[in-house]
Design a protein around this ligand. Structure first.
Ligand SMILES: *[C@@H]1O[C@H](CO)[C@@H](O)[C@H](O)[C@H]1NC(C)=O
Ligand SMILES: *[C@@H]1O[C@H](CO)[C@@H](O)[C@H](O)[C@H]1NC(C)=O
Ligand SMILES: *[C@@H]1O[C@H](CO)[C@@H](O)[C@H](O)[C@H]1NC(C)=O
Length: 512
């Protein structure tokens, strides 16, 4: 422990768990399917001034173009090569985005699709985003190059070659995930090609990687790839800084593959978080917010410093992946804001905010038949740009949850409360709860069906605070509710169950 502790101080021991965000920036946002040119602008005009630490981007490498259904979002999870051209932009635009975002202190996290290439039925030709030739049937990807020798077909023991049984860990790792051609990551050649791709991105200046489908790779294969990675580019990061690693492992319990197998490599996406928080805020299954008192490890989640947390992601917001109906999304805006507010106020985990696009849902027998629809696009299939309305919201069907006042202000709350302990918990045994973050911030929820009028200990210095949910501090004025904390730290909170947002948050950065 001693040596690790010493190394920790100089920042080399647990490096891959460190998000590499700038000091005082404690969240990232997933700008799902955004174009690089729009992300560069968003870093400069919005994310940097509002304290966001970074952006998770959609996969930047060449992928299959799927015509049926038409340009689905999931075509970007079907690689053809590691060339940096997609519908989000080309390599020049990618480099420009990374440079401009880094220059304003907002870092880029790449969604790295390295478990597989395209689907086995993707055909042969150059219907790919850079026009590279490939043949899915013969497993030929000359633009990497990979050939049939570089895939797992010989190792997979299922009848169809696909993962058929999630209770068989070797099928989960050696067979094809929904028919996607499964790379033989035990081969040093394959590991080296993947590492070459990731190192190329590191040289450009990215800060880390979401490892897609990590559950479908052996943890030691992931480790062997990570061991080949360079330190981050010293133009923007301190010498010896390692890429931040968070691995997509869907572990809701009950399966042999667990998130904890991957802790040695980096953080893990904690899918139980959004599933449980959604259940609680919905008040389903007899859950109450009062039970959130021991939120975090107390709920069987990964250790806080191994967890990447989120209310919803690009998969489960449309019924894919994990979590089912309890997942809250922008479609349930009122409950969603409460859930994101709770997440950003609570010290557990490293937080990722979702930013989505709108699509027309079509529920057939409880399932959205339009769950495949890709980003807002022009008739030629190119992605529409993110336009900004006069009221700072987004146009062209980009939802921009990260620009919603309540969510953006809670990103700032989390920065202000960084390093402060969870404190002054209160609940009414039902769905009225409150907690603080040391002497920096305090949040109160009324998710009951009746009025709330309570005096609570906030832990905050005396003064008048501006509620950053109903409004915010502008100049010396508050556009929302005001809260008066008296000399002993207590304050009166009144929240109607019919308020637009039945929660209140105050912090020392928004004192009047
Ligand atoms: C990249 O895209 C931009 C914008 O469409 C274009 O102007 C530029 O020529 C492209 N660069 C390359 C190398 O294709
Ligand atoms: C793709 O293949 C078609 C037919 O073989 C050819 O006409 C076209 O020029 C190719 N496109 C690219 C970008 O290589
Ligand atoms: C909290 O809920 C309980 C029911 O569990 C209710 O009796 C009580 O009045 C509520 N407290 C407040 C402060 O509204």
């Amino acid at each position: 422990m001693g040596i690790c502790f010493l190394l920790l101080i100089v920042g080399v021991c647990w490096a891959q768990y460190n998000p590499n965000t700038q000091a005082g920036r404690t969240s990232i946002v997933h700008l799902f399917e955004w174009r690089w040119a729009d992300i560069a602008l968003e870093c400069e005009r919005y994310l940097a001034p509002n304290g966001f630490g970074g952006v998770q981007i959609s996969p930047p490498n060449e992928n299959v173009i799927v015509a049926d259904p038409w340009h689905p979002w999931w075509e970007r999870y079907q690689p053809v090569s590691y060339k940096l051209c997609t519908r989000s932009g080309n390599e020049t635009e990618f480099r420009d985005m990374v440079t401009r975002c880094n220059s304003v202190g907002v870092h880029i996290y790449v969604d790295a699709v390295i478990n597989h290439m395209c689907g086995g039925t993707a055909g042969a030709g150059n219907h790919s985003t850079c026009g590279s030739y490939f043949n899915a049937k013969t497993e030929d990807f000359p633009a990497v190059p990979y050939s049939a020798w570089d895939f797992n077909d010989g190792k997979c023991k299922s009848e169809s070659g696909d993962i058929e049984n999630y209770h068989d860990a070797s099928q989960v790792r050696n067979c094809r995930l929904v028919n996607l051609l499964d790379l033989a990551l035990e081969k040093d050649y394959v590991r080296s090609k993947v590492a070459e791709y990731l190192n190329y991105l590191i040289d450009i200046g990215v800060a880390g990687f979401r490892i897609d489908a990590a559950k479908h790779m052996w943890p030691e294969d992931v480790k062997a790839i990570l061991d080949k990675l360079k330190d981050l580019n010293t133009k923007w990061f301190s010498a010896g800084a390692k890429p931040f690693i968070y691995q997509e492992v869907i572990d809701l319990g009950g399966e042999p593959v667990t998130g904890s197998e991957y802790f040695g490599n980096g953080r893990v996406t904690e899918f139980k978080y959004g599933e449980k928080l959604g259940t609680v805020i919905h008040k389903w299954n007899g859950e109450k917010m009062a039970y959130l008192k021991n939120w975090g490890e107390g709920w069987g989640f990964a250790p806080s410093d191994r967890a990447l947390v989120f209310v919803d992601n690009h998969d489960n917001q449309r019924g894919h992946g994990a979590g089912g109906a309890s997942i809250l999304t922008f479609w349930d805006a009122r409950l969603y804001k409460m859930a994101v507010g709770f997440m950003l106020a609570h010290p557990y985990g490293f937080t990722r905010v979702m930013s989505s696009y709108r699509w027309t849902r079509n529920f057939v027998n409880g399932k959205d038949a339009n769950d495949w629809i890709g980003p807002p696009s022009n008739s030629d299939g190119s992605t529409k740009s993110v336009t900004i309305n006069a009221d700072t919201t987004c146009g062209n069907d980009w939802v921009c949850e990260h620009r919603w006042r309540q969510i953006r202000n809670m990103v700032i709350f989390r920065n202000v409360a960084d390093g402060q302990p969870f404190s002054n918990w209160w609940d009414n045994g039902s769905n009225q709860v409150a907690f603080g973050r040391g002497n920096k911030g305090f949040i109160v929820f009324n998710n009951d069906d009746w009025y709330m009028n309570v005096d609570l200990q906030t832990g905050l210095p005396a003064g008048t605070y501006c509620d950053v949910i109903s409004g915010q501090k502008e100049g010396n004025a508050c556009t929302g509710k005001q809260v008066y904390v008296s000399g002993d730290g207590t304050a009166n909170f009144q929240i109607s169950n019919t308020d637009e947002d039945p929660f209140v948050a105050i912090h020392v950065g928004a004192m009047l």
